[in-house]
Design a protein around this ligand. Structure first.
Ligand SMILES: O=c1ccn([C@@H]2O[C@H](COP(=O)(O)O)[C@@H](O)[C@H]2O)c(=O)[nH]1
Length: 604
């Protein structure tokens, strides 16, 4: 872990359900390779994850089973370690490349900018040559101008110990916000292609492995599942998904399951399958973990665990300790991260937050909502273009622009990027009638379906960002217990324990997926966008409010949502177009405004 990371807190754990074939899964890490320095549950770093993988490989080899590592994209944008370097990703690409990942794919974030998809093409794909899969993703080669696959479309391999023949694909959901140097083919089109149709007819396959930056319960995965099942009704299929930042586990049929492993290096997903055929090794040493050999080929069994990313969990799952757990390679990578953080001055403090501000753990609006803070304090103080200073303005931003919580205490350079990593500036349309402007927010938040042609639905770019609102009732044994914890699945709930708040996931296999037994946290949904009204004439009474409304306003917005603003304006019967828009506050962006506001308002 990083020197300044909060030490992990011991907690009751469920064991890892090892099988014949095992997986570790990361997704949506968004540059959090240093781990969460302020959160004990998630304070392990990428170096610790390397040690974990190496220790679990040792165990797998000893027992003659297999372990594969999977990453399903969105490795970039969202943390100072990635965003503060020039060029972006200068350190994280190398840090990520130290892990031995068997199958990986791209997320949408790798494609927002030409520079980041070129990083994939020139650095990450070669680093993981043969393992990086791009089943529905092409790039325009910067040198030749030719469109070509970002990486190979699929791969076939046989596992080392068990001889399981795996055929793997790597997909991205039907993303349309990519820059002009990449081409994302709709999954539903890709599966009609000859290469895919041939691949899924291969009879020499024991397991189809579909990794994707795709949520588990989507048309994209449903189409892939259906296409494979049409050709092979009983071959096992394992999906790994991502994008929605949640822990999830889906059953498609008795031989097809999917795992999604959260976000931001909070979760290392563990998945195991027992009962797979081992066609790649005629006399393979098949370790029978759970079922008699004959029964295995007929009905595989699946298990999953969401590991909290901290050293307490890692030590327990490897039966090792502080001294015996870290490998030399893991330690070296932790040092690489520490040096990078130092070079980037990520711990430099801009100010101190007086309390916690939450993205999803407080209702919006409320005094602990980060969105209320942005709307009521930051934007009104900061959004002003000197050339338009006297004009009342309405400022709209997507809530997705703010990515993470602020914790009470030091607000550092790193915090600036975990909260607001994007480089979008502000644009505006001048003198929009207030009668029109005041209706925009409602339209954007209601997502009027007729408004958005299928190709431009807000649902794709401005998803309701909340992780599921928790509906779990709290188990009384968990709430009123005190004292310390024993380990192991069966004992955990029978002993007195003081539980730390954390993920309490319910998925298609029930509610025993999290490795750490936590007290539940409530998550709240937030709207797609919010609005601040600034420089409006003040009204003293309710009645005078309406007459004090301005006739027209400057309609200011973060440039990322320009196309939605223009669509919504069309829906309202106007004909505003790009030609009517202009830069507002030249050279400023949300990240810079927030850093400045904190420096001016939150002294330590
Ligand atoms: O420049 C940008 C890029 C993205 N966003 C927001 O992020 C989400 C996508 O992030 P995921 O992690 O893939 O969910 C997008 O919907 C926007 O809300 C942004 O604001 N600016």
């Amino acid at each position: 872990a990083q020197p300044s990371a909060a030490p992990p807190v011991s907690a009751p754990l469920r064991e890892l359900p090892w099988g014949q074939l095992n997986f570790l899964h990361t997704t949506d890490t968004h540059g959090w390779h240093a781990g969460h320095l302020q959160e004990p549950s998630f304070s392990a770093d990428w170096g610790d994850y390397i040690s974990l993988a190496e220790r679990l490989h040792e165990k797998a080899d000893k027992e003659g089973v297999d372990l594969l590592l999977v990453d399903t994209g969105d490795r970039i944008e969202g943390n100072g370690l990635y965003d503060a370097s020039i060029p972006r990703g200068f350190y994280t690409l190398k840090i990520f490349g130290e892990q031995d990942v068997d199958v990986l794919c791209s997320g949408n974030h790798e494609l927002y900018k030409n520079t980041s998809s070129e990083n994939e093409y020139y650095e990450t794909v070669p680093d993981f040559l043969g393992n990086y899969l791009a089943s529905n993703l092409d790039i325009i080669d910067p040198k030749t101008g030719q469109q070509r696959p970002l990486a190979q479309r699929f791969k076939k391999f046989t596992t080392k110990n068990q001889g399981i023949r795996v055929l793997a694909f790597g997909f991205l959901f039907n993303f349309r916000g990519n820059s002009n140097n990449t081409v994302v083919q709709r999954v539903q089109e890709t599966i009609k292609e000859k290469w895919f149709q041939e691949a899924i007819r291969d009879r020499e396959v024991d397991l189809f492995l579909v990794v994707g930056h795709v949520p588990l319960r989507t048309q994209e995965f449903a189409s892939i599942y259906k296409a494979i099942r049409e050709q092979q009704w009983d071959v096992t299929i394992q999906f790994f998904g991502g994008h929605t930042h949640i822990r999830d586990y889906a059953k498609y049929d008795s031989k097809a399951y999917g795992l999604e492993s959260g976000r931001y290096m909070e979760t290392i997903g563990f998945m195991s399958i027992n009962g797979l055929p081992t066609g790649g090794k005629s006399n393979s040493l098949s370790i029978d973990i759970a079922a008699p050999r004959a029964a295995r080929a007929a009905s595989p069994t699946f298990s999953r665990r969401y590991i909290d990313n901290n050293l307490f969990s890692f030590h327990q799952h490897t039966d090792l300790n502080d001294t015996t757990f870290p490998t030399e390679h893991g330690r070296n990578v932790s040092s690489m991260i520490a040096l990078a953080r130092e070079a980037l001055k990520l711990d430099k403090t801009y100010g101190c937050a007086p309390r916690d501000y939450w993205t999803n753990r407080a209702p919006y609006p409320s005094k602990n909502s980060i969105f209320s803070w942005l709307q009521d304090e930051v934007l009104p103080d900061m959004v002003l273009d000197v050339d338009r200073a006297d004009v009342p303005r309405m400022v709209l931003t997507n809530t997705g622009a703010l990515r993470f919580d602020i914790f009470r205490g030091p607000f550092t350079v790193d915090t600036t990027y975990t909260v607001s990593p994007f480089t979008s500036g502000f644009r505006y349309i001048k003198d929009v009638p207030f009668s029109i402007a005041k209706r925009l927010l409602q339209i954007i938040n209601q997502e009027v379906p007729q408004l958005w042609p299928a190709s431009q639905s807000l649902a794709f770019e401005l998803p309701v960002r909340s992780v599921e609102a928790s509906t779990h009732t709290v188990d009384e044994r968990l709430l009123f217990a005190g004292g310390q914890m024993p380990l192991g699945k069966d004992h955990a709930l029978d002993h007195d324990v003081e539980l730390t708040p954390g993920y309490t996931t319910t998925d298609d296999a029930g509610s025993d997926g999290d490795d750490t037994i936590h007290a539940p946290i409530r998550f709240y949904r937030v709207p797609n966008a919010l609005e601040s009204r600034i420089g409006f004439p003040s009204a003293t009474t309710e009645e005078s409010k309406e007459s004090a409304d301005p006739v027209s306003v400057d309609l200011v917005y973060v440039d990322f949502i320009e196309s939605y603003i223009l669509l919504a304006l069309k829906f309202l019967g106007t004909d505003y177009a790009e030609r009517d828009t202009a830069v507002y506050m030249e050279g400023r962006d949300m990240t810079g405004l927030i850093a400045q506001w904190v420096q001016e308002h939150w002294q330590c």
